[in-house]
Design a protein around this ligand. Structure first.
Ligand code: SAM
Ligand code: DTB
Ligand code: SF4
Length: 313
Protein backbone atom coordinates (compact mmCIF):
# COMPACT_ATOMS: atom_id res chain seq x y z
CA UNK A 1 0.00 0.00 0.00
CA UNK A 2 1.47 3.33 -1.07
CA UNK A 3 -0.39 5.61 1.31
CA UNK A 4 -1.82 5.41 4.75
CA UNK A 5 -5.17 7.15 4.47
CA UNK A 6 -7.61 5.30 6.70
CA UNK A 7 -11.34 5.32 6.05
CA UNK A 8 -11.85 7.90 8.83
CA UNK A 9 -9.10 10.14 7.40
CA UNK A 10 -10.80 10.14 4.03
CA UNK A 11 -14.20 10.82 5.64
CA UNK A 12 -12.72 13.78 7.52
CA UNK A 13 -11.30 15.21 4.28
CA UNK A 14 -14.57 14.61 2.38
CA UNK A 15 -16.51 16.43 5.10
CA UNK A 16 -14.30 19.55 5.25
CA UNK A 17 -16.08 22.87 4.57
CA UNK A 18 -16.34 22.85 0.76
CA UNK A 19 -14.19 25.91 -0.01
CA UNK A 20 -11.48 24.71 2.38
CA UNK A 21 -11.59 21.30 0.69
CA UNK A 22 -11.26 22.83 -2.80
CA UNK A 23 -8.41 25.13 -1.70
CA UNK A 24 -6.52 22.23 -0.14
CA UNK A 25 -7.04 20.08 -3.26
CA UNK A 26 -5.90 22.90 -5.57
CA UNK A 27 -2.78 23.32 -3.45
CA UNK A 28 -1.94 19.60 -3.55
CA UNK A 29 -2.61 19.58 -7.30
CA UNK A 30 -0.13 22.37 -7.97
CA UNK A 31 2.53 20.69 -5.81
CA UNK A 32 2.26 17.29 -7.52
CA UNK A 33 1.21 18.13 -11.08
CA UNK A 34 1.16 20.99 -13.57
CA UNK A 35 -2.11 22.80 -12.91
CA UNK A 36 -2.40 24.12 -16.47
CA UNK A 37 -2.27 20.76 -18.25
CA UNK A 38 -5.48 19.07 -19.38
CA UNK A 39 -5.06 15.51 -20.68
CA UNK A 40 -7.40 14.69 -23.56
CA UNK A 41 -8.49 11.17 -24.38
CA UNK A 42 -10.99 9.79 -26.91
CA UNK A 43 -13.06 6.65 -26.61
CA UNK A 44 -13.46 4.35 -29.58
CA UNK A 45 -16.06 1.64 -29.06
CA UNK A 46 -15.00 -1.40 -31.09
CA UNK A 47 -17.83 -3.63 -29.80
CA UNK A 48 -20.97 -1.87 -28.60
CA UNK A 49 -23.94 -3.55 -26.89
CA UNK A 50 -24.92 -7.15 -26.25
CA UNK A 51 -22.97 -7.30 -22.99
CA UNK A 52 -23.51 -10.29 -20.68
CA UNK A 53 -23.06 -8.17 -17.52
CA UNK A 54 -26.05 -6.46 -15.88
CA UNK A 55 -24.62 -3.09 -14.73
CA UNK A 56 -27.78 -1.15 -13.83
CA UNK A 57 -26.56 2.12 -15.36
CA UNK A 58 -25.41 0.77 -18.71
CA UNK A 59 -27.06 1.03 -22.12
CA UNK A 60 -24.98 -1.90 -23.38
CA UNK A 61 -26.20 -4.69 -21.10
CA UNK A 62 -28.21 -7.28 -23.01
CA UNK A 63 -30.54 -7.41 -19.98
CA UNK A 64 -31.86 -3.88 -20.60
CA UNK A 65 -34.10 -2.67 -23.42
CA UNK A 66 -32.32 0.50 -24.52
CA UNK A 67 -31.80 2.04 -27.95
CA UNK A 68 -28.44 0.22 -28.19
CA UNK A 69 -28.98 -2.98 -30.17
CA UNK A 70 -27.19 -6.30 -29.79
CA UNK A 71 -23.42 -6.23 -30.50
CA UNK A 72 -22.28 -3.86 -33.23
CA UNK A 73 -18.61 -4.19 -34.24
CA UNK A 74 -16.42 -1.68 -36.06
CA UNK A 75 -14.04 -2.69 -38.85
CA UNK A 76 -10.34 -1.91 -38.51
CA UNK A 77 -10.82 0.92 -41.02
CA UNK A 78 -13.74 2.40 -39.05
CA UNK A 79 -11.63 2.38 -35.89
CA UNK A 80 -8.73 4.15 -37.63
CA UNK A 81 -11.11 6.75 -39.14
CA UNK A 82 -12.32 7.56 -35.62
CA UNK A 83 -8.72 7.76 -34.40
CA UNK A 84 -7.92 10.35 -37.07
CA UNK A 85 -11.01 12.34 -36.10
CA UNK A 86 -9.87 12.24 -32.44
CA UNK A 87 -6.53 13.84 -33.32
CA UNK A 88 -8.47 16.78 -34.82
CA UNK A 89 -10.11 17.28 -31.42
CA UNK A 90 -6.71 17.64 -29.73
CA UNK A 91 -6.64 14.12 -28.37
CA UNK A 92 -3.34 12.30 -27.97
CA UNK A 93 -4.73 9.18 -26.28
CA UNK A 94 -7.19 6.63 -27.61
CA UNK A 95 -9.09 4.23 -25.35
CA UNK A 96 -10.37 1.16 -27.20
CA UNK A 97 -13.55 -0.26 -25.64
CA UNK A 98 -15.43 -3.53 -26.04
CA UNK A 99 -18.56 -4.74 -24.24
CA UNK A 100 -17.12 -8.11 -23.22
CA UNK A 101 -17.59 -9.83 -19.85
CA UNK A 102 -14.25 -11.57 -20.36
CA UNK A 103 -11.64 -10.66 -22.95
CA UNK A 104 -11.61 -13.47 -25.55
CA UNK A 105 -8.43 -15.12 -26.84
CA UNK A 106 -9.41 -14.94 -30.48
CA UNK A 107 -8.87 -13.06 -33.75
CA UNK A 108 -10.80 -10.06 -32.39
CA UNK A 109 -8.30 -9.61 -29.57
CA UNK A 110 -5.45 -10.02 -32.09
CA UNK A 111 -7.06 -7.36 -34.29
CA UNK A 112 -7.22 -4.92 -31.34
CA UNK A 113 -3.56 -5.62 -30.58
CA UNK A 114 -2.66 -4.72 -34.17
CA UNK A 115 -4.85 -1.61 -34.08
CA UNK A 116 -3.10 -0.60 -30.85
CA UNK A 117 0.29 -0.91 -32.56
CA UNK A 118 -0.95 1.20 -35.49
CA UNK A 119 -2.19 3.88 -33.08
CA UNK A 120 1.21 3.91 -31.34
CA UNK A 121 2.88 4.38 -34.74
CA UNK A 122 0.85 7.57 -35.18
CA UNK A 123 2.58 8.89 -32.05
CA UNK A 124 -0.51 8.55 -29.86
CA UNK A 125 -0.96 6.84 -26.50
CA UNK A 126 -3.29 3.87 -26.46
CA UNK A 127 -5.29 2.24 -23.69
CA UNK A 128 -8.18 -0.20 -23.45
CA UNK A 129 -11.28 -1.20 -21.52
CA UNK A 130 -12.40 -4.66 -22.55
CA UNK A 131 -13.79 -6.34 -19.41
CA UNK A 132 -12.21 -8.92 -17.13
CA UNK A 133 -8.74 -9.73 -18.40
CA UNK A 134 -6.15 -12.45 -17.71
CA UNK A 135 -2.50 -11.95 -16.80
CA UNK A 136 -1.38 -13.26 -20.20
CA UNK A 137 -3.68 -10.88 -22.04
CA UNK A 138 -2.40 -7.94 -19.97
CA UNK A 139 1.15 -8.87 -20.98
CA UNK A 140 0.09 -9.00 -24.66
CA UNK A 141 -1.40 -5.51 -24.41
CA UNK A 142 1.63 -4.12 -22.61
CA UNK A 143 4.01 -5.59 -25.21
CA UNK A 144 1.92 -4.03 -27.99
CA UNK A 145 2.37 -0.58 -26.40
CA UNK A 146 -0.89 -0.16 -24.46
CA UNK A 147 -0.08 1.95 -21.39
CA UNK A 148 -3.28 1.78 -19.33
CA UNK A 149 -6.34 -0.39 -18.77
CA UNK A 150 -9.68 0.90 -17.49
CA UNK A 151 -11.62 -1.27 -15.05
CA UNK A 152 -13.97 0.68 -12.77
CA UNK A 153 -15.14 -0.38 -9.32
CA UNK A 154 -18.02 2.08 -9.75
CA UNK A 155 -19.07 2.35 -6.09
CA UNK A 156 -18.47 0.92 -2.61
CA UNK A 157 -18.16 -2.79 -1.90
CA UNK A 158 -21.34 -2.58 0.19
CA UNK A 159 -23.49 -0.91 -2.48
CA UNK A 160 -22.01 -2.91 -5.40
CA UNK A 161 -24.55 -5.80 -5.38
CA UNK A 162 -27.41 -3.31 -5.83
CA UNK A 163 -25.84 -2.12 -9.09
CA UNK A 164 -24.25 -5.26 -10.57
CA UNK A 165 -25.09 -8.91 -9.85
CA UNK A 166 -23.12 -10.71 -12.57
CA UNK A 167 -19.70 -10.16 -10.92
CA UNK A 168 -18.36 -9.17 -7.54
CA UNK A 169 -16.48 -6.16 -6.21
CA UNK A 170 -13.70 -8.52 -5.10
CA UNK A 171 -13.26 -9.83 -8.65
CA UNK A 172 -12.84 -6.24 -9.84
CA UNK A 173 -10.18 -5.52 -7.20
CA UNK A 174 -8.36 -8.77 -8.08
CA UNK A 175 -8.14 -7.69 -11.72
CA UNK A 176 -6.82 -4.27 -10.68
CA UNK A 177 -4.10 -5.97 -8.63
CA UNK A 178 -3.20 -8.17 -11.61
CA UNK A 179 -2.84 -5.06 -13.77
CA UNK A 180 -0.55 -3.46 -11.20
CA UNK A 181 1.54 -6.61 -10.83
CA UNK A 182 2.06 -6.60 -14.59
CA UNK A 183 3.02 -2.90 -14.57
CA UNK A 184 0.04 -1.84 -16.65
CA UNK A 185 -1.26 1.67 -15.91
CA UNK A 186 -4.35 1.20 -13.83
CA UNK A 187 -7.42 3.31 -14.56
CA UNK A 188 -10.28 2.80 -12.13
CA UNK A 189 -13.06 4.97 -10.81
CA UNK A 190 -16.75 5.21 -10.42
CA UNK A 191 -20.05 6.95 -10.80
CA UNK A 192 -21.91 9.49 -8.69
CA UNK A 193 -25.70 9.46 -8.89
CA UNK A 194 -26.42 5.72 -8.61
CA UNK A 195 -28.34 6.29 -5.37
CA UNK A 196 -25.21 5.79 -3.24
CA UNK A 197 -24.64 7.50 0.11
CA UNK A 198 -21.76 9.79 1.07
CA UNK A 199 -20.31 6.84 2.98
CA UNK A 200 -20.36 4.74 -0.19
CA UNK A 201 -18.36 7.41 -2.02
CA UNK A 202 -15.85 7.62 0.82
CA UNK A 203 -15.51 3.82 0.88
CA UNK A 204 -14.97 3.73 -2.90
CA UNK A 205 -12.17 6.32 -2.62
CA UNK A 206 -10.65 4.35 0.25
CA UNK A 207 -10.61 1.11 -1.78
CA UNK A 208 -8.88 2.84 -4.69
CA UNK A 209 -6.38 4.76 -2.57
CA UNK A 210 -5.47 1.50 -0.77
CA UNK A 211 -4.42 -0.46 -3.88
CA UNK A 212 -0.78 -1.62 -3.83
CA UNK A 213 0.25 1.09 -6.34
CA UNK A 214 -1.17 4.55 -7.09
CA UNK A 215 -3.73 4.64 -9.90
CA UNK A 216 -2.67 6.09 -13.24
CA UNK A 217 -6.16 7.56 -13.69
CA UNK A 218 -9.27 7.91 -11.57
CA UNK A 219 -12.25 8.47 -13.87
CA UNK A 220 -15.28 9.99 -12.20
CA UNK A 221 -18.60 9.76 -14.04
CA UNK A 222 -21.88 11.55 -13.36
CA UNK A 223 -24.65 9.04 -14.06
CA UNK A 224 -26.12 9.49 -17.53
CA UNK A 225 -29.64 8.22 -16.82
CA UNK A 226 -30.42 6.07 -19.86
CA UNK A 227 -33.95 5.15 -20.91
CA UNK A 228 -34.59 1.44 -20.57
CA UNK A 229 -32.05 0.92 -17.75
CA UNK A 230 -33.16 0.32 -14.14
CA UNK A 231 -31.67 3.74 -13.26
CA UNK A 232 -33.52 5.70 -15.95
CA UNK A 233 -35.43 7.81 -13.40
CA UNK A 234 -32.57 8.70 -11.08
CA UNK A 235 -32.38 12.38 -10.17
CA UNK A 236 -29.06 14.06 -10.98
CA UNK A 237 -26.76 14.64 -8.00
CA UNK A 238 -25.62 18.12 -7.09
CA UNK A 239 -22.47 19.51 -8.68
CA UNK A 240 -21.25 20.25 -5.13
CA UNK A 241 -21.21 16.50 -4.42
CA UNK A 242 -19.23 15.84 -7.59
CA UNK A 243 -16.70 18.54 -6.65
CA UNK A 244 -16.39 17.04 -3.17
CA UNK A 245 -15.53 13.62 -4.61
CA UNK A 246 -12.98 15.11 -7.03
CA UNK A 247 -11.27 17.26 -4.37
CA UNK A 248 -11.09 14.35 -1.92
CA UNK A 249 -9.67 12.11 -4.64
CA UNK A 250 -7.04 14.75 -5.47
CA UNK A 251 -5.90 14.92 -1.84
CA UNK A 252 -5.74 11.16 -1.27
CA UNK A 253 -4.31 10.33 -4.74
CA UNK A 254 -2.05 13.32 -5.50
CA UNK A 255 -0.11 11.82 -8.42
CA UNK A 256 -3.13 10.27 -10.18
CA UNK A 257 -4.84 11.84 -13.18
CA UNK A 258 -8.47 12.57 -12.40
CA UNK A 259 -10.71 12.26 -15.44
CA UNK A 260 -13.99 14.14 -15.48
CA UNK A 261 -15.65 11.47 -17.63
CA UNK A 262 -19.38 10.96 -18.35
CA UNK A 263 -21.83 13.73 -17.57
CA UNK A 264 -19.67 16.67 -18.70
CA UNK A 265 -22.30 17.62 -21.29
CA UNK A 266 -24.75 18.29 -18.46
CA UNK A 267 -22.32 20.60 -16.61
CA UNK A 268 -22.03 24.34 -17.20
CA UNK A 269 -18.62 25.78 -18.10
CA UNK A 270 -18.40 27.25 -14.61
CA UNK A 271 -19.17 23.90 -12.96
CA UNK A 272 -16.48 22.23 -15.09
CA UNK A 273 -14.01 24.96 -14.12
CA UNK A 274 -14.71 24.25 -10.46
CA UNK A 275 -14.08 20.52 -11.06
CA UNK A 276 -10.74 21.40 -12.72
CA UNK A 277 -9.81 23.69 -9.83
CA UNK A 278 -10.64 20.85 -7.42
CA UNK A 279 -8.16 18.61 -9.25
CA UNK A 280 -9.73 17.08 -12.35
CA UNK A 281 -7.08 17.23 -15.08
CA UNK A 282 -8.26 14.86 -17.79
CA UNK A 283 -11.35 14.66 -20.01
CA UNK A 284 -12.79 12.69 -22.89
CA UNK A 285 -13.02 14.77 -26.04
CA UNK A 286 -14.92 14.12 -29.26
CA UNK A 287 -18.60 14.00 -30.22
CA UNK A 288 -19.39 10.74 -28.44
CA UNK A 289 -18.51 8.81 -25.29
CA UNK A 290 -19.50 5.16 -25.87
CA UNK A 291 -23.22 5.36 -26.63
CA UNK A 292 -24.13 8.87 -25.45
CA UNK A 293 -23.16 12.34 -26.66
CA UNK A 294 -20.13 13.99 -25.10
CA UNK A 295 -19.47 17.69 -24.37
CA UNK A 296 -19.39 19.56 -27.69
CA UNK A 297 -15.88 19.85 -29.23
CA UNK A 298 -16.40 23.52 -30.15
CA UNK A 299 -17.39 24.41 -26.60
CA UNK A 300 -14.45 22.42 -25.21
CA UNK A 301 -11.99 24.30 -27.39
CA UNK A 302 -13.24 27.70 -26.22
CA UNK A 303 -13.54 26.60 -22.57
CA UNK A 304 -9.97 25.27 -22.49
CA UNK A 305 -8.72 28.46 -24.10
CA UNK A 306 -10.62 30.65 -21.63
CA UNK A 307 -9.15 28.68 -18.72
CA UNK A 308 -5.63 28.79 -20.16
CA UNK A 309 -5.29 25.02 -20.30
CA UNK A 310 -2.47 23.51 -22.34
CA UNK A 311 -2.64 20.47 -24.57
CA UNK A 312 -1.48 17.23 -22.90
CA UNK A 313 1.83 18.30 -21.35
N1 SAM B 1 -17.28 -2.88 -20.29
C1 SAM B 1 -16.11 -2.45 -19.65
C2 SAM B 1 -16.22 -2.45 -18.16
O1 SAM B 1 -17.33 -2.41 -17.65
O2 SAM B 1 -15.18 -2.49 -17.50
C3 SAM B 1 -15.67 -1.07 -20.09
C4 SAM B 1 -16.65 -0.05 -20.54
S1 SAM B 1 -17.74 0.51 -19.30
C5 SAM B 1 -19.00 1.21 -20.23
C6 SAM B 1 -16.81 1.77 -18.48
C7 SAM B 1 -17.44 2.54 -17.39
O3 SAM B 1 -18.26 3.57 -17.90
C8 SAM B 1 -18.32 1.83 -16.40
O4 SAM B 1 -17.60 1.10 -15.46
C9 SAM B 1 -19.04 3.00 -15.74
O5 SAM B 1 -18.29 3.50 -14.67
C10 SAM B 1 -19.08 4.03 -16.88
N2 SAM B 1 -20.45 4.17 -17.39
C11 SAM B 1 -21.10 3.32 -18.21
N3 SAM B 1 -22.36 3.73 -18.44
C12 SAM B 1 -22.52 4.89 -17.75
C13 SAM B 1 -23.60 5.79 -17.57
N4 SAM B 1 -24.78 5.58 -18.12
N5 SAM B 1 -23.41 6.89 -16.80
C14 SAM B 1 -22.19 7.11 -16.22
N6 SAM B 1 -21.14 6.27 -16.34
C15 SAM B 1 -21.29 5.18 -17.09
C1 DTB C 1 -15.19 5.69 -17.72
O1 DTB C 1 -15.05 5.70 -16.49
N1 DTB C 1 -16.11 6.37 -18.38
C2 DTB C 1 -16.03 6.14 -19.80
C3 DTB C 1 -14.78 5.22 -19.91
N2 DTB C 1 -14.40 5.03 -18.55
C4 DTB C 1 -14.85 3.95 -20.63
C5 DTB C 1 -17.29 5.62 -20.39
C6 DTB C 1 -18.47 6.53 -20.12
C7 DTB C 1 -19.71 5.94 -20.75
C8 DTB C 1 -20.90 6.84 -20.59
C9 DTB C 1 -22.15 6.26 -21.10
C10 DTB C 1 -22.16 5.91 -22.57
O2 DTB C 1 -21.74 6.74 -23.43
O3 DTB C 1 -22.65 4.83 -22.89
FE1 SF4 D 1 -20.98 -4.43 -19.97
FE2 SF4 D 1 -19.22 -2.53 -19.20
FE3 SF4 D 1 -21.81 -1.92 -19.67
FE4 SF4 D 1 -21.22 -3.33 -17.51
S1 SF4 D 1 -20.54 -1.24 -17.95
S2 SF4 D 1 -22.90 -3.76 -18.97
S3 SF4 D 1 -19.52 -4.57 -18.28
S4 SF4 D 1 -20.33 -2.66 -21.19
Amino acid sequence: MHNSFKLQDIAAIYNLPLLKLIAEAANIHSIHQKHTVMYRNTLVSYKTGGCAEDCAYCSQSSRHKTNVGPSIRLSEKEIMDQVEEAVKHGSDRICLSASWKNVPDNEEFEMLINVGKAIRKMGLHVCATLGTITRQQIVRLREAGFTAYNHNIDTSEQFYPQIISTRTFTQRIETLKLLQEEKMGCCSGGIVGLGESHDDRIAMLHSLASLPQPLFTFPINMLVAIEGTPLENMQPVSVWDLVRVIATARIVMPSTRICLAAGRKQLSDEAQALCFLAGANSVFVGEKLLTTPNATPGNDASLFETLGLELNG
